[in-house]
Design a protein around this ligand. Structure first.
Ligand code: AR6
Length: 172
């Protein structure tokens, strides 16, 4: 089993310790992957999210997973793409770093990430994918209790891109 895996599918179906949610700063739900996670987890998730009182862009907060197969949900808020000159790259990298740090803190062994910011927030997929893979690789080079990090791609295009980028990173 490889430490980093690229899979295609629906993140809400995964039996991992934690799934990451691409949330907004209210943490009160929305569309896309956020909506799917809240639907699958049930109303208790929203109740716990209310108590968190929001989350800044680039940061992350954790809740239980309720009706999801995953035990935990790590909610992170990606940047809205505004052309690239508004610290979008740094903020996206920060989402991955903060999510992984929280995972470590909760002794999470297996975690799955969606392609944060690449939907409604419009971050270019290829650029986001490079950042995601680079940050996870960097994190795993430190002492880490994580045993598996899954990038879950929603659709063939994302899957092909992640696979290609992963291969490029491994070869260089
Ligand atoms: N499993 C895995 N990936 C998914 C799923 C799923 N079930 N559904 C969508 N994706 P988005 P963002 C992919 O828009 O861009 C919400 O309203 C999707 O194809 O969910 O960070 C929040 O509340 C895309 O590649 O998140 C915020 O307001 C990726 O997940 C806002 O959207 C992220 O797309 C956040 O926007």
């Amino acid at each position: 089993m490889s430490l980093i895996e690229i899979n295609q599918g629906d993140i809400t179906q995964l039996s991992v310790d934690a799934i990451v949610n691409a949330a907004n700063s209210s943490l009160l739900g929305g569309g896309g992957v956020d909506g799917a996670i809240h639907r699958a987890a049930g109303p208790e998730l929203l109740a716990e999210c209310r108590e968190l009182r929001g989350c800044a862009t680039g940061e992350a907060k954790i809740t239980k997973g309720y009706n999801l197969p995953a035990k935990w949900v790590i909610h992170t808020v990606g940047p809205v793409w505004e052309g690239g000159n508004y610290k979008e790259d740094e903020l996206l990298a920060s989402c991955y770093r903060h999510s992984l740090a929280l995972a470590e803190q909760y002794q999470i062994k297996t975690i799955a990430f969606p392609a944060i910011s690449t939907g409604v927030y419009n971050f270019p997929m290829e650029r986001a994918c490079k950042i995601a893979i680079a940050e996870v690789k960097k994190f795993l080079l430190q002492t880490s209790s994580l045993e598996q990090v899954i990038f879950i791609c929603f659709g063939q295009t994302a899957f092909d891109l992640y696979s290609k980028t992963m291969q490029e990173v491994t070869e260089t």
